[in-house]
Design a protein around this ligand. Structure first.
Ligand SMILES: *[C@@H]1O[C@H](CO)[C@@H](O)[C@H](O)[C@H]1NC(C)=O
Ligand SMILES: *[C@@H]1O[C@H](CO)[C@@H](O)[C@H](O)[C@H]1NC(C)=O
Ligand SMILES: *[C@@H]1O[C@H](CO)[C@@H](O)[C@H](O)[C@H]1NC(C)=O
Ligand SMILES: *[C@@H]1O[C@H](CO)[C@@H](O)[C@H](O)[C@H]1NC(C)=O
Ligand SMILES: *[C@@H]1O[C@H](CO)[C@@H](O)[C@H](O)[C@H]1NC(C)=O
Ligand SMILES: *[C@@H]1O[C@H](CO)[C@@H](O)[C@H](O)[C@H]1NC(C)=O
Length: 223
C-alpha cells in the first residue's frame, strides 16, 4: 500500500519488456529459478500513470478489485502478449498486480475506467508500437549488440518521439541486456515524448554494448 497523498498523474507510460531478459534476471536471483519458454517477441509490462520525476501514484483505489472473469474474452490474447515467464508465478497474478498498482490509478480516465479497457489498451498499444517491428525498421535486430544511444535514436527515428530504455545488468555474466522500452502518452492518450519521467533517459550503460537477446533458448547467453 502506498502512502502517496495524491493520486494525480501527468503522463501514462506504456512499457514493453523482453521475456528473455525477465528470465535472465529471474534466474540470477536464485539458481533454482526457471522460466517458461517464449517466442522472440516483446510483451506488455503495463500502462503506468505517473507524475513527472517520481514513481507515483500507485494502488489508488482498493475498491476496484481485480476480477479475471471480466477479461474472459481477451484472456487467450493476454496469455500470449501480457505474460509472466517466471516459473512459479501465474499470468493472472501479474495482471492482478498491474491492475491494482497502476490500473486503479489510470481508472480516473474515461478511456481506462474498466479492467477490460485497461487490458485491451495494453494489447492495442503493443500491436501498434511493437518494438520488434519498430527496431527492425532501423535494422536493430535480436541477436546483436547495440549502445543505448543507437536504440534511443532508432526508436526516435521511427516514431518521432523520445522513449525510455531500461536494461538489466547481469553481475554473473558481466553483460547488460536490453530489458524494457517505454513510450509515453498524455491523459488524452496522445503520443508524447517521455521527457521528464523518472529515470529518464535510461539506467543502461551510456557507451558499453547492450545485448538484444534473441530467444530464451539462446544457449550462448543462457545461464
Ligand atoms: C530479485 O530479488 C530482489 C531482492 O529480493 C528483488 O528486488 C528483485 O525484484 C528480484 N528480481 C527478479 C527479476 O525477480
Ligand atoms: C517449473 O518448475 C517446476 C517445479 O519447480 C518444474 O518441475 C518444471 O520443470 C519447471 N518448468 C520449466 C519450464 O522449467
Ligand atoms: C474508487 O472506485 C469506486 C468504484 O468505481 C468509485 O465509486 C470511487 O469514487 C473511487 N474512489 C476514488 C478515490 O477514486
Ligand atoms: C466478476 O465479474 C463477473 C463478470 O462481470 C461478475 O459476474 C462477478 O460478479 C464479478 N465478481 C466479483 C467478485 O465481483
Ligand atoms: C555481444 O556481446 C556479448 C558479450 O560481450 C558477446 O559475447 C557477443 O559475442 C556479442 N554478440 C555480437 C553479435 O556482437
Ligand atoms: C566485465 O566486462 C568489462 C567489459 O567487457 C571488462 O572490462 C571487465 O573486466 C569485466 N569484469 C569482470 C569482473 O569480468
Amino acid at each position: 500500500c502506498s502512502c502517496s497523498s495524491s493520486t494525480d498523474f501527468d503522463v501514462l507510460i506504456f512499457t514493453q519488456r523482453l521475456p528473455q531478459t525477465v528470465c535472465y534476471a529471474w534466474k540470477e536471483n536464485f539458481s533454482s529459478n526457471t522460466c517458461s519458454p517464449t517466442d522472440e517477441e516483446w510483451t506488455v509490462h503495463g500502462i503506468w500513470p505517473t507524475q513527472y520525476h517520481k514513481i507515483a501514484p500507485s494502488y489508488c483505489n482498493e475498491s476496484l478489485v481485480f476480477n479475471l472473469t471480466e477479461l474472459a474474452t481477451i484472456k487467450d490474447k493476454l496469455e500470449k502478449k501480457w505474460i509472466s515467464v517466471e516459473n512459479g508465478t501465474t499470468h493472472c497474478s501479474f495482471w492482478e498486480h498491474e491492475w491494482s498498482k497502476h490500473g486503479t490509478c489510470s481508472a480516473v480516465l474515461p478511456q481506462l475506467n474498466t479492467q477490460m479497457k485497461y487490458f485491451e489498451k495494453g494489447l492495442e498499444l503493443l500491436e501498434k508500437y511493437d518494438m520488434k517491428n519498430i527496431l527492425g525498421q532501423v535494422n536493430i535486430l535480436p541477436g546483436n549488440n547495440y549502445t543505448v544511444q543507437e536504440i534511443l535514436k532508432g526508436v526516435g527515428t521511427v516514431l518521432g518521439k523520445n522513449c525510455q530504455v531500461d536494461c538489466f545488468s547481469s553481475k554473473k555474466q558481466n553483460v547488460t541486456y536490453l530489458f524494457e522500452i517505454r513510450i509515453c502518452f498524455d491523459k488524452s492518450l496522445n503520443f508524447i515524448d517521455c521527457d521528464g519521467i523518472f529515470d529518464f533517459p535510461t539506467n543502461c550503460p551510456s557507451t558499453a554494448n547492450i545485448i538484444y537477446p534473441k530467444t530464451l533458448l539462446d544457449q550462448h547467453h543462457d545461464v
